[in-house]
Design a protein around this ligand. Structure first.
Ligand code: ZN
Length: 243
């Protein structure tokens, strides 16, 4: 018999803590601890209070990838201002045996799903000819994200085995999350990774979990309550900070 906890898990949705729009406005205050948010998924991506690293989680293990290149497992009190989570239960699997650059690979991904208008979670395990990641560094004071990324460390990896975790968000949800693909990477040794800017898959397996809905949790932190969430050029700001 399933436990009380198990029956209350939302297995078919994406849990979204706060919005991309608030990150753009510099809302970096932690809104939920790992202890709290792990009740909403065993898989996902996000960032941390003060933008202190990039988050990646799968197989019920969550990591913090910091701007100084270090990787640590999350502690219960670690706080996030923004994350996308789910219980990863893939229905679609495909093996890729030949190299694909980002564009070719994402074209293939499109053919595996029924529509751009749904939410999907992705996991890609394999060998990558190239992965380019960024990891935003700790920000002392709230600063618009477009400023914070100006000093972001960028990492280039070649012929590296690892895992990409992320989501497809439909265009109508731009600003809640990042519309399109939003991927984070960690290597097999759990020593490197970050927010994915570019990649070439050599070979690997993709698993896709089609979700039926998104649940948006709006924080009540002081910085969120005071944020300006109407951005005059949302598309530009998201492109400049996320790709
Ligand atoms: Zn990211």
């Amino acid at each position: 018999m399933a436990s009380f906890q198990e029956t209350n898990k939302d297995l078919s949705g994406v849990f979204q803590l706060s919005t991309m729009t608030s990150l753009l406005d510099g809302v970096f205050e932690g809104a939920m601890s790992y202890e709290q948010f792990k009740e909403h998924g065993d898989f996902g991506i996000g960032t941390f209070a003060h933008l202190d690293g990039e988050m990646i989680g799968f197989d019920d293990q969550f990591f913090r990838l910091r701007g100084d290149g270090t990787v640590t497992l999350l502690k219960s009190q670690d706080m996030t201002p923004f994350c996308s989570l789910t219980y990863f239960r893939p229905q679609i699997t495909k093996e890729f045996r030949t190299p694909h650059d980002k564009k070719a690979f994402e074209n293939e991904l499109h053919r595996l799903v029924p529509s751009d208008n749904l939410f999907y979670a992705y996991r890609i395990d394999g060998v990558f000819r190239q992965v380019v990641t960024r990891t935003i560094a700790y920000q002392d004071h709230p600063v618009p994200m477009i400023e914070a990324v100006k000093t972001q460390p960028v990492f280039h990896f070649e012929n590296i085995r690892g895992t990409i975790v992320g989501f497809w968000t439909p265009s109508f949800a731009q600003g809640i999350a990042v519309a399109g693909y939003h991927f984070h990477f960690i290597d097999e040794k759990r020593q490197n990774g970050g927010h994915v800017l570019a990649y070439v898959l050599d070979h690997g397996t993709v698993q896709i979990d089609k979700k039926t809905h998104q649940t948006l949790y709006t924080p009540e932190t002081e910085s969120y309550l005071k944020a300006n969430l109407s951005r005059s050029d949302l598309e530009y700001e998201i492109k400049a900070t996320e790709s």
